[in-house]
Design a protein around this ligand. Structure first.
Ligand SMILES: C[S@@+](CC[C@H](N)C(=O)[O-])C[C@H]1O[C@@H](n2cnc3c(N)ncnc32)[C@H](O)[C@@H]1O
Length: 276
């Protein structure tokens, strides 16, 4: 199956400035992954490879897939010399048709903070998990963390409202919204349909401190993560005005009086499932 790859709005610089906490806060899901020296792992939506390389330090091999050539370029630059660590540019919505995924070759499939992007389209959702299922050996494990129901709701709503105020239609804005934030229940149903046995799952409200304003803060976050929503506006001036509105509206909502920092309402959905 062919399709247009998504526009690459990611850069290593913007990701480290505005979202460096994403791989740093992955210790719980990596604990669930529990990499062993004999493990062969597939990492879906591996980004700039920081977390992927850390996992490789504890197992036999890791193969990272990501749709962003920019981020994978950084991964190759920084971790290219590590043996048995490989990278493929791949839109994971179409993983089922990807020849670089070997059937039954992996002991674990992993993903951190990427499946809410990859599963955005209802039409390819089940197929992504079918591909993961096929890639796993019998008894293999699927371990992931992603945004769950209610994730970053305040900035999501502010982004939608801001582009509508600049003239975008609400339907176009909703359509451009790049995320799928499911409940635990819905995810269990999807995994069950594919044949996975869910061993453990949880939905956790985890307010997350943004980087400082100087590093990127809410403005950098909105520009990077909300790029597809902002792109519903045709002119740079309209997009700038929308970013300003998001920052102005959220200023007091996100700022904690006790420490002066800005915190976003992250909700994490974690799953540990097994191929029988
Ligand atoms: C927030 S980053 C997480 C990166 C990494 N897993 C980490 O923990 O730092 C989300 C990643 O999902 C990737 N992504 C989004 N949509 C994708 C798709 N359709 N196929 C593959 N990767 C995708 C992005 O390119 C980005 O690298």
């Amino acid at each position: 199956m062919t399709s247009q790859p998504p526009k690459d709005h990611w850069t290593h610089e913007a990701y480290s400035a505005s979202a460096s906490f994403v791989p740093e806060l992955a210790s719980k899901v990596v604990g669930w992954l529990d990499p062993h020296p004999e493990d062969t792992i597939l990492d879906l939506g591996c980004g700039d490879g920081l977390l992927t390389a850390k996992i490789k330090g504890r197992c036999a091999s890791v193969t990272g897939f990501d749709s962003s050539s920019n981020l994978l370029e950084a991964a190759r630059r920084n971790y290219g010399s590590i043996p048995n660590l490989s990278w493929y540019v791949q839109d994971c919505r179409y993983l089922e048709h990807c020849r670089d995924v070997r059937d039954g070759a992996y002991s674990k499939v992993f993903s951190n903070a990427a499946l809410h992007w990859i599963l955005r389209d209802a039409s390819t959702r089940v197929s992504v998990f079918r591909a993961a299922f096929r890639a796993l050996k019998p008894g293999g494990e699927l371990v992931f963390e992603m945004g769950g129901a209610g994730n970053v709701a305040e900035v999501h709503a502010a982004l939608l409202a801001a582009v509508v105020h600049q003239g975008a239609g609400i339907d176009a804005a909703r359509e451009a919204s790049p995320w799928f934030f499911p409940s635990e229940e819905l995810m269990k149903r999807i995994l069950g349909k594919v044949g996975f046995m869910v061993e453990k799952s949880e939905l956790e409200y985890r307010p997350t401190r943004l980087t400082t304003e100087k590093e990127g803060g809410i403005e950098g976050w909105a520009r990077l993560m909300g790029a597809q929503i902002l792109d519903t506006l045709p002119s740079p001036e309209q997009r700038e005005a929308a970013v300003r509105e998001v920052c102005d509206v959220l200023k007091t909502i996100l700022t904690h009086e006790e420490d002066g920092n800005m915190w976003l309402g992250y909700v994490r959905l974690r799953f540990h499932a097994r191929k029988p």
